[in-house]
Design a protein around this ligand. Structure first.
Ligand SMILES: [Zn+2]
Length: 401
């Protein structure tokens, strides 16, 4: 009998875990990470600051970024005793991320939870699951007279930036999202995705029609910049910067996320009314899907450098609330062992997709303390709206309202 029970136990261990969509070969796909031999501290740990009216909100999303992605980035870049910029904020929270129709969210539903404060189906951009548009934090900020910006290392038509300024039933309708961005009146839009703004007969276009959205942007009063130098020199009120056909290259990225973020902050802070800026480290997720540890770590560094830019602005402008979080974890990444000398870590991956593991949030600035604790992702959007004095949020537009 004992033998029989032992057999059942072994069978459970072998087969019991294999109930997810993962195949056995991509579970425990391990890679090695070399730990930094010197300790680096990227800046002072920040303190709580006195509550005061919030003038600016900078909402940063590391797509696919869980605790292991950040901690791996720490080990490689600043060593076990160092601190990344992401680790300097005084408040941390934990965010649960499920979509309306799935325990595991995608980036469209995940970003809509933040931008609109509602649950929706995976794949849907700033609409409820019946196809009704929801009003976003960015749109309410515009109504309140604030400047607005979107910065991403993916195409700017990708799910996360799109969910703050456009409304559509499928994240894959990139051409329509591009058309909506032209009409969005977002003051600063920086990232990749040029292919959806060029007419069909232009080299590098991915559109099926002859719309030239760069011309349309110009008609709306935007300056268009297509390289780093032009971006740095451009001082127009409204700027669109598109620096690659699709996502920005991960290696030798020009401009970097921190350079784009720096430009956005410089532009948006030039007016009195304050601003709402969303910055996405888009490709931490892509590295996770590929179970590619060096890719993830390169992207965590790029994101963290941008966090550094944001924190130094926020320190000098105390009415700035900084929220740094993610939309979901990607890859089931974990720290799985270390060699005897404590110099090399095994990174293990449990999935090539998104996971349902709750994700970290860090906050700094006025009212940051209110972001401590466990949250549903929609409640983060609601909290930001509340702090900015936006009434009637969440708001889904149906006939009759
Ligand atoms: Zn993803």
């Amino acid at each position: 009998m004992k033998k029989f029970l032992a057999l059942i136990l072994i069978a459970t261990v072998i087969f019991g875990c294999n109930t997810s969509s993962n195949t056995e070969e991509n579970i425990l796909n391990t890679e090695q990470l070399v730990i930094a031999s010197e300790t680096t501290v990227k800046g002072q740990r920040l303190s709580l600051i006195a509550d005061q009216p919030i003038k600016n909100v900078i909402f940063m999303i590391g797509d696919g970024t869980g605790i292991a992605q950040l901690y791996s980035g720490q080990l490689q870049e600043v060593g076990p005793n160092g601190y990344l910029h992401a680790q300097r904020l005084p408040i941390t929270g934990i965010v649960k991320t499920h979509a309306e129709d799935d325990l595991i969210t995608d980036s469209a539903s995940g970003a809509t939870a933040y931008s609109c404060g509602i649950k929706t189906k995976n794949g849907v951009i700033a609409q409820d699951s019946d196809g009704n548009e929801c009003v976003t934090l960015l749109e309410l900020s515009q109504k309140a007279g604030m400047k607005t910006g979107l910065v991403a290392t993916s195409g700017v038509t990708h799910a996360t930036p799109a969910s703050f300024a456009t409304h559509i039933d499928s994240r894959n309708k990139y051409s329509e999202i591009a058309e909506q961005l032209v009409e969005s009146e977002v003051d600063v839009i920086l990232g990749g995705g040029l292919e959806y703004f060029l007419p069909l007969d232009s080299a590098g276009s991915n559109r099926a029609d002859q719309l030239n959205l760069l011309s349309n942007f110009e008609e709306q009063g935007y300056a268009i910049v297509l390289n780093r130098q032009a971006m740095i020199e451009e001082n127009s009120d409204k700027i669109v910067g598109l620096f690659s056909p699709g996502g920005l290259p991960s290696e030798n990225r020009i401009p970097s996320l921190s350079e784009m973020t720096s430009k956005a902050v410089e532009n948006l802070s030039s007016k009195e009314n304050g601003f709402f800026l969303m910055v996405e480290g888009s490709q931490i997720d892509w590295g996770g899907h590929a179970n590619n540890t060096p890719y993830v770590l390169r992207e965590v560094k790029d994101f963290d450098d941008a966090i550094g830019v944001v924190l130094s602005f926020a320190e000098q402008n105390p009415g700035t609330l900084v929220i740094i979080t993610s939309d979901h974890e990607t890859g089931g990444m974990t720290i799985n062992g270390v060699n005897r000398e404590n110099t090399v870590v095994d990174i293990a991956w449990a999935s090539t997709g998104h996971t349902g593991t709750p994700i970290p949030l860090m906050a700094y600035g006025p009212h940051a303390v209110e972001f401590s604790g466990w949250w549903d992702n929609t409640d983060i959007g609601k909290k930001v709206a509340d702090l900015l004095g936006f009434e009637n949020f969440p708001l889904v537009l149906t006939e009759g309202n």
